[in-house]
Design a protein around this ligand. Structure first.
Ligand code: GLC
Ligand code: CA
Length: 531
C-alpha cells in the first residue's frame, strides 16, 4: 500500500478540488500557473481539508484547447513543469493526506500527436486506424451530418490522403477510433504509466464519447435542443453515447482495481438522462464516479435542485456514489451562474453542496466565492468559445485570487497574467483567512463537518416536508434546511443546530430561516418535527 493511503473507498463522503493548473500559482513569472506553484500552495488545500486534487490537463500539448489536445500522454507540459515536479507534488500531497488525480483525454488527441502525424502521412501508415477516416458521402461532401463543438461539420478533409477525418471538437483534435484494439492497448499502458507513479486516478474527459457508430449514421434531429444529449439541433446518437464505450470502462476498472489503493475513475459523463448516467457505474464494474450535469445545470431553486437529487438517488444503482459539482472550467462559476454574486446565496450553495451524500467536487476559488470575470475580446484565450458573447469559458478560468495586491499573489505585479485577474480586492484568500466569519472560513467548517459526519460513507439521503421554496432533507444524522426565497421561512425544530450559512448562529429553539439562509442541525431525541 502507498504511504499515507486513505482507507478505501476514500472518495465516499470526500471533497475533491479541481485545480486549473494554469491559473493557480505562477512561480517563474511567465504569467502561467505551474506545478511548482501547486507545491507551494498545498498548505491552502490541506488547511481547507480537501481529500484530493484533480489537475486540469498537465500533458504536453500545442494548447489549441489548453491541454485537451494532448501530444504526449506520458509526460508533463514543459510550461507547467517536469515529471520530477509532478512526482514531488504527489509525494508532498500525500504527506498532507491528499491524493492527486490527473485529467485523461481518451476521446481525441492533438493533431500534433505522433500517432496522427503518422496516420495523416499516408492511407497505409501504421497508425491510420487509430483515427476515424471516411470517404466523402456518395453525393460528395462530409460522410455524415455530425457537428463539432462549434456547430460546424465534424469532418475535416485531408488533401494528402484524400479522406475526411472526424473531430467532435476542434479540427486540431482528431477523434480516436476505439474500434481499433491498438488504441485500447495504448491507453492501458498510459493508465499503468501514471498509476505506477502513484497518480490516484483520472478524471476522464468526454467519457461518453469514445466509440462512434461503426456505420457513421446520421444523427437524428433533436426534439428538445436544451437537452444535454443534443448538439446544434441534432441528437448525439451516433457520434457519441455508444454502448460499446462501457466495455472500455470495465477494462479500465480492472486495471484501477489491480492497484492498492484502487485507483479512481471519474468520468465527464455528459448526459441529461439519469438512466444513461447510472449506466456509467455499470454493475459496480465501470466508473466509480460519474459527473452529474443535470445537477450542475439545474436552476438554483429548491424544487429544481431537490428534484435532481431525488432523480439521481432513484436511478443510481445500489451502492453507487453520486458526484455533485457546481463550477468547472467549462460551465464557469456558480457564484455568478447560480448566485448573481450574492454572498448569502453563495454560502447557501456551499452548504447544500457540502451536505449532499457521495463526492463533492469544488472548483478552485469556489471556497472564496470567486465570480466569473468579464474577459475582454482582446484577452480571450479559448478558441472554442471565442465567439461566445457571454464571455466564453475564459470567464471561469482566471487566476486564483490569493490576495489584494497587483498580481493577486498569483504572479508578480510586473507580469501580465495569461488571463485577466478578477476583483481580487472584493474576494481573496488572504483577507478571508483573516475573518472568522468569511465565506472561506465557513467553507472550511463545512468540509470539516462533512468529514466528521460522512467520511468514508455515502450518507443515506431523505427529503423531508419543506415550506414552499425551501429544501429540507435528512442526510445521515444531519437535518439540512435551506431557504431559497427572499422571505423568512419557518423552521423545523431540531435537537441541535450545528451551523448556519450566515447571520447569528441560531439556537436549537430558533424559529425562522432568514432569506437565502441554510442551517445544518441534528435531530433531537424526539426525531424533530415541523412547526
Ligand atoms: C471536455 C473538457 C473541455 C474540452 C473538451 C474537449 O468537455 O472539459 O474543456 O474542451 O472536453 O476535450
Ligand atoms: Ca509559470
Amino acid at each position: 500500500m502507498d504511504d499515507n493511503a486513505r482507507p478505501e473507498p476514500w472518495w465516499h463522503g470526500a471533497v475533491l478540488y479541481q485545480l486549473y493548473v494554469r491559473s493557480w500559482q505562477d512561480t517563474n513569472d511567465d504569467g502561467y500557473g505551474d506545478l511548482r506553484g501547486i507545491i507551494e500552495r498545498l498548505d491552502h488545500l490541506s488547511w481547507l481539508g480537501v481529500d484530493g486534487i484533480w489537475l486540469s490537463p498537465t500533458m504536453p500539448s500545442p494548447d489549441q484547447d489548453w491541454g485537451y489536445d494532448v501530444s504526449d500522454y506520458t509526460d508533463v507540459h514543459p510550461e507547467l513543469g517536469t515529471l520530477a515536479d509532478l512526482d514531488e507534488l504527489i509525494a508532498a500531497a500525500a504527506d498532507r493526506g491528499m491524493v492527486v488525480l490527473l485529467d485523461l483525454v481518451p476521446n481525441h488527441t492533438s493533431s500534433a500527436h505522433p500517432w496522427f502525424v503518422d496516420a495523416s502521412a499516408a492511407a497505409t501508415s501504421e497508425h491510420r486506424d487509430y483515427y476515424v477516416w471516411a470517404d466523402p458521402a456518395p453525393g460528395g461532401g462530409p460522410p455524415s451530418n455530425w457537428l463539432d463543438s462549434t456547430g460546424r461539420t465534424a469532418w475535416q478533409w485531408d488533401d494528402r490522403t484524400e479522406q475526411y477525418y472526424l473531430h467532435n471538437y476542434l479540427p486540431e483534435q482528431p477523434d480516436l477510433n476505439w474500434w481499433d484494439s491498438a488504441v485500447h492497448r495504448e491507453f492501458r499502458q498510459i493508465l499503468e504509466f501514471w498509476f505506477d507513479r502513484r497518480v490516484a486516478g483520472f478524471r476522464i474527459d468526454v467519457a461518453h464519447g469514445l466509440y462512434k457508430d461503426e456505420q457513421l449514421r446520421n444523427n437524428p434531429p433533436a426534439e428538445d435542443d436544451a437537452s444535454l444529449d443534443n448538439r446544434f439541433g441534432l441528437r448525439s446518437v451516433y457520434n457519441a453515447n455508444r454502448p460499446e464505450t462501457h466495455g472500455v470502462f470495465r477494462d479500465w476498472r480492472q486495471i484501477a482495481q489491480g492497484y492498492t489503493p484502487a485507483r479512481l475513475l471519474l468520468g465527464e459523463t455528459w448526459t441529461g438522462d439519469f438512466d444513461r448516467l447510472a449506466r456509467f457505474y455499470g454493475d459496480n464494474d465501470e466508473l466509480q464516479l460519474a459527473f452529474n450535469f443535470p445537477f450542475t445545470f439545474s436552476e438554483f431553486t429548491a424544487p429544481a435542485l431537490s428534484g435532481v437529487v431525488e432523480q439521481t438517488m432513484a436511478h443510481l444503482p445500489a451502492g453507487a456514489c453520486p458526484v455533485w459539482m457546481a463550477s468547472n472550467h467549462d460551465v464557469g462559476r456558480f457564484a455568478t451562474r447560480w448566485c448573481g454574486d450574492d454572498e448569502r446565496k453563495i454560502r447557501l450553495a456551499l452548504l447544500v453542496l457540502a451536505t449532499l451524500p457521495g463526492t463533492v467536487v469544488l472548483y478552485y476559488g469556489d471556497e472564496i466565492g470567486m465570480a466569473n470575470v468579464k474577459v475582454p475580446l482582446d484577452r480571450r484565450r479559448d478558441r472554442m468559445t471565442i465567439e461566445d458573447p457571454s464571455g466564453g469559458r475564459d470567464r471561469g478560468r482566471t487566476p486564483m485570487q490569493w490576495d489584494a495586491c497587483a498580481g493577486a499573489g498569483f504572479t508578480s505585479a510586473q507580469t501580465k497574467p495569461w488571463l485577466p485577474i478578477g476583483d481580487n480586492a472584493a474576494r481573496n484568500v488572504a483577507d478571508q483567512r483573516g475573518e472568522a466569519d468569511s465565506t472561506l472560513a465557513f467553507c472550511r467548517e463545512l468540509i470539516s463537518l462533512r468529514r466528521t459526519e460522512f467520511g468514508n460513507s455515502i450518507a443515506p439521503y431523505q427529503p423531508l416536508p419543506s415550506p414552499p421554496g425551501c429544501w429540507v432533507y435528512q442526510v445521515g444524522d444531519l437535518i439540512v434546511q435551506a431557504n431559497f426565497t427572499d422571505q423568512p421561512q419557518p423552521t423545523r425544530q431540531v435537537g441541535e443546530i450545528l451551523m448556519a450559512s450566515y447571520g447569528e448562529q441560531p439556537s436549537s429553539g430558533s424559529v425562522r430561516l432568514e432569506p437565502w439562509q441554510g442551517v445544518v442541525g441534528r435531530n433531537g431525541s424526539d426525531g424533530g418535527r415541523n412547526d
